[in-house]
Design a protein around this ligand. Structure first.
Ligand SMILES: NC(=O)c1ccc[n+]([C@@H]2O[C@H](COP(=O)([O-])OP(=O)(O)OC[C@H]3O[C@@H](n4cnc5c(N)ncnc54)[C@H](O)[C@@H]3O)[C@@H](O)[C@H]2O)c1
Length: 424
């Protein structure tokens, strides 16, 4: 994948001996644990924090990589620990992630906890000197994202954000076509994401297991830095539906697409955002909207629109990058009208007005396994991951700008968003 066509700041480059020693001195002076440097053939011993639905998937993905071992799993719910045990019988199990992070024999940590805990867990993992794979969205708020950006940039840890579409071959294709000037001036990007569910069953709603109670769930650890409150099984299981723990579909799904668009076009954070919508599909007590229209304004004459519904999935998800000289169509999901089968492709089409002799191009770059890319970077320590902290930061800021605009019922600028006090 060609990373040079992007303006994403590269996190690290090969260090010469003097730079390496200087960096080590800064790290020691700052009290940050230096990473345990692994050789190309050394086993990566990793731990998992949060072995829920996504964490178990990440765990399986990590175990597929050669020469890796999961030695510990931390989760606050005994059922989730039991499920992890079935996947990695030899791993130590903890409820408190602190105990996992205190272990000196762990090189790397995967974090797949609910959104409101990402910053807390990422900061603690970096401070413990461990390389980190942290699920998207980077954080629950913009100030937390800024804190994580600072901490990671001040460390030598190898960090991959769980924005796996950054490792897709389609992104390499889009970047190449844009770099080659095939699009001309891009003024508009349309993007969308859609799902459906049976009547009466809201998207994302999970049933509450019989043993989901304070005896089996460490509720104070789930709350983290949230105010103390009585155990609430609905909030614990269905945290995605509540602002206190979630950013709704903007942080669940828009973030993937906006990161992809920003990487393809080499964009910095938006300069302003608006967002409208509401809880329209299923009025099931959720706070976060299911129907959403976001407009993100970028510098240099560009608007990105993202729409989402949970009441119709005909067009799956995708992006259209619209330029004066050409168009990129990138779609995935149930896009085939006849068979409803899952389809994914990227294509370039010339605009006949400005490229009359141009030809259509089908994307064909091979993608990388996102987890494998993290492991490769852990071993080499001289290249940026495909979704470095900067991508996590930019995409998180864009997502939170949209939510702030929705919740304040107005257009919000980047300056206002950065100055806003997070609330739920
Ligand atoms: N990259 C992707 O495509 C993708 C897909 C799905 C989910 N995700 C992300 O993964 C994260 C987890 O989502 P999920 O669906 O697996 O949620 P989940 O509720 O199924 O899992 C979260 C797990 O974290 C545990 N947990 C909560 N507080 C904890 C704490 N203080 N210490 C340790 N464990 C704790 C819970 O017990 C639970 O097992 C979210 O941020 C979500 O956005 C990413």
């Amino acid at each position: 994948m060609n990373r040079n066509s992007s303006d994403i700041p590269q996190k690290s480059s090969a260090l010469n001996r003097r730079e390496f020693l200087a960096a080590g001195a800064i790290i020691l002076a700052a009290g940050i644990a230096p990473p345990h440097v692994l050789g190309a053939n050394d086993r990566i011993r990793f731990g998992l924090i949060g072995s829920g639905s996504r964490g178990q998937q990440d765990l399986r993905d990590a175990l597929k990589q050669p020469n890796t071992e999961c030695v510990a799993v931390a989760d606050i719910y005994s059922r989730r620990r039991d499920e992890a045990k079935a996947i990695v019988p030899g791993a130590e199990l903890y409820d408190d992630p602190r105990r996992l992070l205190d272990r000196k024999d762990i090189d790397a940590v995967i974090i797949a906890t609910p959104l409101h805990l990402h910053a807390q867990h990422l900061l603690a993992t970096i401070a413990a000197g461990k390389d980190t794979y942290s699920e998207k969205t980077l954080t629950w708020s913009i100030p937390e994202a800024a804190e994580c950006l600072r901490a990671v940039k001040g460390s030598r840890q190898v960090v991959q954000i769980g924005l796996q579409h950054e490792s897709e071959g389609e992104l390499a294709d889009a970047r190449q076509w844009i770099k080659d000037g095939l699009l001309g001036k891009v003024t508009l990007v349309e993007s969308w994401m859609s799902r459906n569910s049976p009547h009466g069953k809201g998207q994302w709603v999970r049933s509450i297991p019989a043993d989901c109670d304070p005896q089996h769930v460490n509720w104070p650890l789930f709350l983290g830095r949230r105010p103390a409150s009585a155990f609430d099984a609905q909030k614990y299981v269905n945290w995605r539906l509540f602002w206190e723990f979630s950013g709704g579909n903007v942080t669940e799904n828009m973030v993937h697409q906006i990161a992809w668009i920003m990487s393809a076009l080499g964009l910095a954070e938006p300069v302003a955002a608006t967002m409208s919508g509401g809880v329209f599909s299923e009025k099931d007590g959720r706070q976060v909207p299911d129907t959403i229209a976001v407009t993100l304004e970028f510098a240099n004459d560009l608007v990105v629109v993202w729409q989402s519904t949970f009441s119709n999935k005909r067009f799956g998800l995708g992006e259209h990058i619209l330029g004066s000289d050409g168009t990129i169509e990138h779609v995935a999901g149930a896009t085939d009208m006849v068979t409803d089968k899952y389809e994914s492709f990227i294509r370039y089409y010339p605009e006949k007005d400005n490229r009359p002799d141009g030809a259509e191009i089908a994307g064909k770059s091979r993608g990388q396994d996102h987890m494998a890319n993290w492991m490769t970077c852990i071993r080499s320590r001289n290249q940026a991951t495909n979704a470095p902290i900067e991508t996590g930061y930019k995409s998180a800021v864009a997502a939170h700008m949209a939510n702030l605009a929705y919740r304040q019922h107005r257009r919000i600028t980047i300056e206002e968003a950065i100055a806003a006090k997070p609330s739920f």
